[in-house]
Write a protein that binds this ligand. Structure first.
Ligand code: SME
Length: 309
């Protein structure tokens, strides 16, 4: 089972190593390091300015005291939470696998917030809120409420959960394998197995300014080499953008691999110097099989593959 919760407040407490005049710089870096922060801001329509004013109103001394309080209690709280999660596997419906919890530093305005990522919902527990209310509540209590709120009010999103689990599985493959061809072979296998609407799953790699067929699972294709600009794959390579085609029969610039194919998604893979090095290509026998979730998921898989190029 995935670990359900993580404490990432350390990133917030880095604020204490900045001069007050540089807290805006801190916040800018914090948002890059912890992308949930930006999602939280968007959801609550909070500008950087509003947040900084809030932090200034707490002041350094208060945040410093909070740090030491956290430092002294962290281990105890962690043990308690692990115990609580272990006892409540069923109550928290952990097998649905579409959420995780992060303890984080935000603004102290609300106990928790849900933010959606390509990998599922993240339940953010704001340590600042807890600290302000520590006489009345505990992290455990806030977390319990937040999880129950989430599972009561959000239908299980199996598609999202599947993205999440598969992303983890592929991340591990990339981490464990130095050889890109072995990794890609494993990745097409995983994608093919996890998604029943992926009917042809493969890679094209850029070689001598054209696309060359790499590892794939599905019917053999005659398109072993594709020029930039030709077909969906060639257009994605030329424009360096993801192509989602709802109905291939309506496309004029399309190379057919199988009459059964109805829709297609092609996602470019960029190397470390940001030039295009290949593509993930997936065909489906269903019309309009790929939505924004698939696009985001596959674009994130492409980012994992940067390591090899
Ligand atoms: N349909 C693609 C060609 C590759 S096959 O789908 C495997 C295209 O139009 O570029």
């Amino acid at each position: 089972m995935r670990s359900v919760f993580r404490d990432i407040t350390d990133n917030f407490f880095e604020i204490l190593s900045y001069k007050k005049e540089e807290w805006n710089k801190f916040w800018h870096i914090y948002k890059i390091k912890v992308p949930y922060v930006e999602l939280y801001q968007k959801k609550n329509e909070l500008s950087d300015e509003k947040i900084l004013n809030k932090l200034f109103s707490y002041g350094r001394k208060y945040l410093d005291e909070m740090f030491w309080y956290k430092f002294e209690n962290a281990e105890k709280v962690k043990t308690e939470i692990i115990k609580m999660v272990g006892k409540n596997v069923q109550k928290y419906n952990l097998q649905r696998g579409d959420y995780t919890v992060r303890i984080i530093g935000l603004t102290g305005d609300k106990p928790y917030e849900f933010v959606d990522t390509y990998a599922g919902t993240i339940i953010l527990i704001d340590y600042l809120y807890f600290y302000k209310n520590k006489e009345k509540t505990t992290i455990k209590e806030i977390m319990d409420k937040a999880i129950l709120d989430f599972i009561e009010n959000n239908e299980v999103n199996e598609k999202k959960a599947n993205f999440w689990i598969t992303y983890d599985e592929i991340k591990k493959v990339v981490y464990d394998n130095k050889n890109k061809n072995i990794a890609m072979k494993k990745i097409v296998k995983i994608l093919d197995k996890r998604f029943d609407y992926f009917d042809w799953t493969g890679f094209y790699l850029v070689e001598n300014n054209e696309l060359k067929l790499g590892e794939f699972i599905g019917e053999p294709t005659e398109h072993k080499k594709i020029k930039f600009g030709e077909g969906i794959c060639g257009q994605a390579a030329e424009t360096q953008k993801t192509f989602v085609v709802k109905d291939v029969n309506k496309e004029s610039n399309y190379l057919s691999c199988s009459p059964k194919t109805k829709s297609e998604i092609v996602v470019p893979i960029f190397g470390k110097n940001n030039s295009i090095v290949g593509e993930i290509d997936i065909d489906s026998h269903k019309v309009n099989a790929f939505d924004d979730g698939d696009k985001e998921f596959l674009e994130n898989i492409a980012i994992l593959l940067k390591k090899y190029f």
